[in-house]
Design a protein around this ligand. Sequence first.
Ligand code: CTP
Length: 448
Amino acid sequence: MTRVITYGTFDLFHEGHYRLLKRAKELGDYLIVGVTTEKYDMERGKLNVVDSLMTRIENVKKSGFADEVIIEEAVGQKISDVQKYHIDIFAIGSDWMGAFDYISDYCKVVYLERTKNISSTMLREQNRHIQKVGIIGTGRIANRFVPESKQVSGIDVQRVYNPNRDSAEHFAKIWEIDFSTDLELFLKGIDSVYVASPHQTHYDYVKFALEHGKHVLCEKPMVLKKNQSEELFDYARQKNLVLFEGIKTAYCPGFEKLLGIACSGIIGNIHYIDACFTKLEDKNKRELTDMACGGSLTELGSYCLLPIIKLFGNKYEGVRFESIHDNKGLDVFTKVSFRYPKGIATATCGLGVKSEGRLLIAGTKGYIVASAPWWKTTYFEVHYENASQVDKYSERFFGDGLRYEIRDFLNMINGDDKSVFKLTRSESIAMAEIMEKFLEQEKRMDNT
Ligand code: CTP
């Protein structure tokens, strides 16, 4: 009996899948089909699979060609499956030509010609309205957004806005998109806006975009005043639009896992959180020259405040700021200390002082520690009283990480609000309020 194995995601089961399974079955007598798990697809950067694992398995079974269905959940599983299931032939579509030659040491490898003009990606694009996105701003982060958006299906960056024509034109040329220096014209035909301009311009741009019926993804910190944050969220809700603050850590799978472990009770009751992020910045950059909104807390504070607000909430009893300033009076290092009814927390940010970037969450049974860059969480450890017991967790993080927030933003627009909890309206507002308190103490409020 000749035993054949093949693998795939089989999302939105289509003719190409059917024909592949048919031919794979014809290669032998018994066909095993490996269907990828959601977690595995996530880990390899396939973020927009529509069908659940159960649906995909059902569809493979319905084709009538699979004698057995197994799940594929890890890299490197194929070779052990080939041995475990006594496989004679490994079959896969010709889009993978050459990629699985290494398996020929264990069994015969056959690449079957791929069916033309059909793929899950194509069907996903057809089924979904493509969000036409415009970018406000042409800085570093805006430059990261375009390539990251290409990793998520259902989005097409079409235009960029900058009041400065040269900057807009230059950016548009690099990314092969349109540009505009007129805000009204910029918004024409666009469904959503990504605001990546300097902090103090966010409020006006977000408001303008919402007024024109556009969904908005705004870079952090969205605004630096509590009432502005409340107003924008209220307005978006009233107009049935999605307003989303882009703190990338909040949407990163590793950080989600870390929060899950922290809340699971494994380290007992949490009483202390210490989050630190420092990045030595060039003195001539906007971060250290913008006297109204620059400085370390406004620049990096969103990251460090995030785990504190997520785990301890916004009902702190007291908050205190201590800063070191440069000769212009801008904070180059700031430590925020919170007192909560049952805990204390510190958020430390630096643009002109380097320190150990670390997230520490301490509880009654143990602590979680993640080192820099914990804001793009890929690895963390859980330690206990018994020093030899250490649980290690890791998670993949692709590219610059913006793709995760873009995916969640699109999901929310498309009516799937599963990701709302990753950064709630009240958490965003709480962070704006903390920034406002800080700027009040710094006596910078009039300018923001
Ligand atoms: N396949 C095929 N012909 C197609 C599409 C897929 O023969 N037109 C094959 C693939 O080569 C693979 C199997 O079907 O062996 C499962 O592929 P999968 O990646 O699930 O499907 P795609 O349509 O290629 O998915 P995507 O667009 O998400 O990459």
